[in-house]
Design a protein around this ligand. Sequence first.
Ligand code: GTP
Ligand code: MG
Length: 392
Amino acid sequence: MSNTQASEMIPVDLSAAFLQAQTIYKEVKEATKSKLNILIVGKTGYGKSTLINTIFDEKLAQSGTGKPITQEIKCYTSTKQPDLAIYDSRGLELNAPDTITNIEQFLSSNHSKDPNEQIHIVWFCIAEPSRRLENPEIELFKAIKQHKFPLVAVITKASQDKDENGQSFKAFVQGKLNIDESQVVRTRALEIEDDDGNLQKPKGIDELLEQSCKYMDEGKANALARFQAYNKEQRRQANIAHAKTLVNRYAASCSAAAATPIPFSDIAILMPIQIGMILHISNIFGINISKENAAQLVATLTSVVGAAFGLRFLTQIAGNLLKIIPGLGSVTGGAINATIAFGATKVMGNAYIAYLDSNIDHLTDILTDFKPDIFKSYVDSAKVQYDKTAKA
Ligand SMILES: Nc1nc2c(ncn2[C@@H]2O[C@H](COP(=O)(O)OP(=O)(O)OP(=O)(O)O)[C@@H](O)[C@H]2O)c(=O)[nH]1
Ligand SMILES: [Mg+2]
């Protein structure tokens, strides 16, 4: 069976294709947006802002600049991660008469909001040096639990779990709040040197992230893993997983586009979607690429992917494309069936992800020179992987 019909030259306008690509990219970005809203509760001075700073490597919830939500809660948005918001019960004094009622009201109205505007995880902070848990704190914790919010009790400023009588503060908290051991995490957000010159490193942050993810759905857990800046390896893996999900989406768009019967012009329809995909993946890896580079990448990858799928006409098209960057010209036409459009786009996207990931430390240097040879091994392994899943 041939995947092509007789060749014919078709016109391509790269600047129009690029505009289309940007529209597609923006639409997909909006449709796949996963906001993450974290509520951090705890008495004043318990180390809430410090914990947030350590996790997100940004002075969030620090100044008085947040947007007031209730008398007790302010909302802080991140400049690095526009989809992250911290709801901070800054300066919380639990003995004030309306405090708990106000927070409860905020929580009970929260469930009816758009899913992206709801609170996705609550970190309830208790400072270890305080060695106690007052009734209003217990009451507030129970209220949050009752409203069924994903919830982790965070012991902050941890440095000594057992007191002089051998009583564990963690066990005490767990008992008082009536929760599983895994729902209480001891953390130290700062590196502290004690009087004897012993350095105490931050601790428990990985565990807090891990436990929190267990209480959230997959999309939100992935968002937390991507937005946090504490565990670089976790962030790397989450970015890859997120980018791969997007590749499936762009590949499905290409497949749908190829299924529409517009003879000879499939490549002109697929290319903007693939450029959109390349822009999106680059953005996830924190890089901005020019339209010339995006078109060059798609053309180069098309030629390598064409070879991997044994479709010589794709290599021919890629050659035509490279010659017309950045302007107008024509390329060899050809109809591509929906399955091939899906597979080729998926392999292209996954190969690009693997390429960026293995060059993560010098991304700015690698985006100027796109020789097909550079991509061959990445495309070949993405193709092997694709063939495995396609068979399964
Ligand atoms: N030893 C130690 N000190 C900490 C730790 N985390 C925070 N602190 C200190 O505790 C103090 C209060 O910390 P913040 O993070 O401002 O507390 P907060 O809960 O945000 O307080 P409010 O904003 O008033 O509600 C600061 O002096 C921090 O440096 C920690 O893990 N260990
Ligand atoms: Mg604070």
